[in-house]
Write a protein that binds this ligand. Structure first.
Ligand SMILES: [Zn+2]
Length: 93
């Protein structure tokens, strides 16, 4: 099932890798999107439209999401929870 690239609008066949959703047809489109986001963010910050606190919250949010997502672990062994507590979700399946 093809989809449209977020950056250039070209139709492409997304590769199935892990659980992440591919939004771009190519590496250059992905890089252009992220470069534009960076420029936009820097300009918004410079214009006083966004605070440093809001930007720092973005980083914290992303870090929490990455920690929760086992797909980003890439087969690395997960750490043992402090105190050996097993979360209820672990045995759900
Ligand atoms: Zn593209």
């Amino acid at each position: 099932m093809s989809q449209l690239c977020t950056w250039c609008g070209s139709e492409f066949e997304p590769q199935v890798t892990g659980r992440s959703v591919k939004r771009f047809c190519s590496k250059s489109c992905r890089q252009s999107f992220h470069a534009a986001c960076r420029i936009w963010g820097e300009e918004a910050f410079g214009a006083g439209e966004v605070s440093i606190f809001q930007l720092q919250k973005c980083i914290a949010r992303r870090a929490r999401r990455t920690q929760r997502d086992p797909a980003t672990e890439q087969g690395k062994p997960t750490g043992v929870h402090a105190g050996g507590v097993v979360e209820p979700m672990a045995d759900a399946r």
